[in-house]
Design a protein around this ligand. Structure first.
Ligand SMILES: [Zn+2]
Ligand SMILES: [Zn+2]
Length: 169
């Protein structure tokens, strides 16, 4: 949970909020990545002239994802400048990055869901453990970084030659 006190914001025009979400926070359920430790955000909320709430700041954490080639887990650092604009009537703008509906709960504006959306957009889903990662053998599933298999050799077996000639025609 990360909430801006709208009363305080109205009084001072600017409020700093800091949030920390642990890796097992329900905010991060059902995603293709997880956090090592916490995701931390330090944000400043301000009122724009026309009633929108603008929230800007920095988020950082450490990501754990699967290498897209070999499926081993890969850790990378995550840093992202966030800019979120909360508007009462975001009609037509809903798909714009950074625009979120301004739906106060009592006197507070909850930021967690918006942070979640922005962070998901910023995470690169296609990480590899190494530029030279050999991946998994598509036939037997061996991790070719750690071991070798004979599938490729068998595919080049001369007995398959006529078949391959057919394919290349
Ligand atoms: Zn890999
Ligand atoms: Zn194989």
């Amino acid at each position: 949970m990360l909430a801006v006190d709208l009363v305080q914001l109205g009084r001072t025009g600017s409020v700093i909020v800091e949030g920390e979400w642990s890796s097992d926070d329900e905010l991060w359920q059902d995603l293709s990545f997880s956090w090592v430790g916490q995701l931390v955000a330090r944000l400043r909320a301000t009122y724009a002239g026309t009633g929108e709430v603008v929230v800007r700041g920095h988020s950082s954490g450490r990501l754990r994802q699967d290498c897209r080639r070999c499926l081993e887990s890969v850790e990378t650092s995550f840093k992202k400048e966030l800019t979120m604009v909360f508007v009462s009537d975001p009609s037509g703008d809903e798909n714009d990055g950074g625009v979120h509906p301004l739906v106060p709960e009592g006197q507070t504006l909850e930021l967690s869901k918006a942070v979640r959306e922005e962070v998901i957009l910023a995470v690169n889903p296609y990480v590899i453990c190494d530029a030279d990662c050999q991946g998994l053998c598509p036939q037997c599933g061996t991790n070719l970084n750690e071991d070798s298999c004979t599938c490729i050799e068998e595919a080049n077996d001369p007995r398959w030659g006529p078949l391959q000639d057919l394919k290349s025609e």
